[in-house]
Design a protein around this ligand. Structure first.
Ligand SMILES: Cc1ncc(COP(=O)(O)O)c(C=O)c1O
Length: 491
């Protein structure tokens, strides 16, 4: 008997939020319903999602950067179908299969000269766990340093390197570590001088907030790490695989990290996969003898479907010139967004590289506009960016996210196949939303109304998902909920 996915999806249609509320994380369901993001998506293709009402949404999140190639990429899909039909001897374990070897070879070929070996795992956080272990073992040193605002995943090793107290609180004690301000070479030097630092783990562009550092900083980092025999770990889980207009983001700065972590876009969006890329020296110090052949491993790590997805993704990237497309479309975004910085006082900066883009808002100086900004920010600091994300979604059907908790920054991670049509759609939509931020009760009214709707009695399956009956959102511009939920957090 087969499990008929299409039939189940049709029969149980509309129960998703209820099921999540009853059996999974009810708070996630509440936040999304309150903000009116509770759509029933039925299909994804390229840069777009489609809901059960036939509405199309421009997805500028791409699954937190997973869909570099866009959703449902036909090449990756066909390769996976083929792999399934071949009944591949998956995960024999006591075996060295061909496909992991091919993917390792392909990743090494795209890395700087020093990177010679690959360890496969299943996610970004697991790649970071591997990097921490490898660095500590190779250097025989205990401490790992990370930067302020850093995000490297949420398993306990990676959590020690998290720059957000909100994620760490209550989960300690964690791996011995220290935080240095991102971009501050002196602070890093002070830590490394102690001689007990195994690795500096850092994102070439920080996901939480889209923060960049100048090339001089990176050159200083490389030099300091070499001088103090601390390993430099470039976390390319989000920035890698063409996202910033180079295959690896660290290439922009001329870096040669000892360890590079990748995940997200390598899967083509189909099968979880992660990888730790290392130098010969680091890898062979860990796997130094036959006794240690399995000293670090993971059951699903080299599974054939993940390897096929990775190989097909790299092939499609080459065929479609994806890295170059990310670079040119990124430039188009920058060019077309620049006039909005001029036109809207509240938009202070557009920054990023390639298709990793941050839009930062600030309190306007003009008194009338400032009063409107303050009305929003009084409800919850950094609510303004959420008040932009909500109408982008409701009015323009564009999916974006607030870049982090407590900052007025919106982040765009469009699929790397996005082009001028998607750039234009976003720029026009943002222009419209920021126009209404400057008019009357504008955005705040819209946010309050959305939240009131999201918590009104009678919403689909509201009783089942446990949404609060006392509405969080009043619908009144000045009396929106306290605290208003945001869908921020993940970088
Ligand atoms: C830079 C970076 N490292 C690590 C991770 C963790 O990856 P995962 O969510 O696959 O565990 C993320 C996730 O967003 C990330 O952005």
């Amino acid at each position: 008997m087969t499990y008929d996915v299409a039939k189940v999806l049709a029969e149980r249609h509309g129960e998703n939020y209820g099921l999540h509320s009853e059996f999974m994380n009810p708070q996630m369901a509440r936040v999304l319903r309150t903000l009116g993001f509770d759509r029933f998506y039925v299909r994804g293709e390229g840069c777009y999602l489609y809901d059960d009402a036939g509405q199309r949404y421009l997805d500028l999140l791409s699954g937190f950067g997973v869909y570099g190639l866009g959703r449902s990429h036909p090449g990756v899909k066909a390769a996976l179908h083929q792999a399934l039909d071949l009944d591949l001897p998956n995960m024999v374990q006591i075996d060295c299969a061909l496909l992991p070897g091919l993917l390792a070879e392909a990743l090494v070929a795209r890395s700087h000269e020093g990177i010679r070996r690959v360890f496969f795992c299943n996610s970004g956080t697991e790649a970071i766990e591997g990097a921490i272990k490898f660095a500590r073992y190779a250097t025989k040193r205990p401490r790992v340093i990370h930067a302020s605002h850093a995000f490297h995943g949420l398993s306990t090793g990676a959590l020690a390197l998290n720059g957000g107290a909100e994620f760490r609180r209550g989960f300690g004690p964690l791996v011995p570590n220290a935080e240095v301000p991102f971009g501050d070479l002196d602070a890093l030097a002070r830590q490394l001088r102690r001689g007990d630092v195994a690795a500096f783990v850092v994102e070439p562009i920080q996901g939480k907030g889209v923060y960049l550092a100048p090339t001089e900083y990176w050159q200083g980092v490389q030099e300091l790490c070499r001088r103090h025999k601390t390993l430099l770990v470039a976390d390319e889980v989000q920035t890698g695989l063409g996202r910033t207009g180079r295959f690896f983001c660290h290439e922009h700065f001329g870096l040669e990290p000892d360890i590079v972590t990748v995940s997200k876009a390598l899967s083509g969006g189909y099968v979880p996969v992660g990888a730790v890329l290392t130098t010969e020296k680091v890898f062979m110090s860990v796997f130094s003898s036959m006794d240690r052949a399995m000293v670090h491993s993971s059951t699903f790590g080299r599974n054939q479907l993940a390897m096929v997805a990775g190989l097909a993704t790299l092939a499609a990237m080459d065929e479609e010139g994806i890295v170059e497309r990310a670079r040119t479309t990124g430039e188009l975004f920058a060019t077309k967004l620049a006039p909005l910085v001029e036109r809207h006082e509240v938009l202070s900066e557009v920054r990023g590289l390639g298709l990793m883009i941050g839009l930062e808002f600030k309190a306007p100086a003009t008194p009338k506009l400032r009063r409107r900004w303050q009305a929003v920010e009084r409800i919850r600091p950094a609510l303004f960016s959420q008040a932009v994300v909500v109408p982008l979604f409701h009015r323009h059907r564009i999916l974006t996210q607030v870049a982090a908790d407590g900052v007025n920054i919106i982040k765009l991670l469009p699929p790397l196949v996005a082009g001028e049509a998607e750039v234009d759609a976003f720029v026009e939509a943002l222009d419209d939303v920021l126009d209404s931020a400057g008019r009357g009760s504008g955005l705040l009214f819209e946010l309050g109304r959305t939240m009131a709707k999201g918590t009104l009695p009678g919403r689909r399956a509201r009783q089942r998902d446990g949404a609060p009956s006392s509405a969080n959102g009043s619908g009144h511009p000045g009396r929106a909920p306290t605290p208003a939920p945001t869908a921020a957090g993940r970088p």
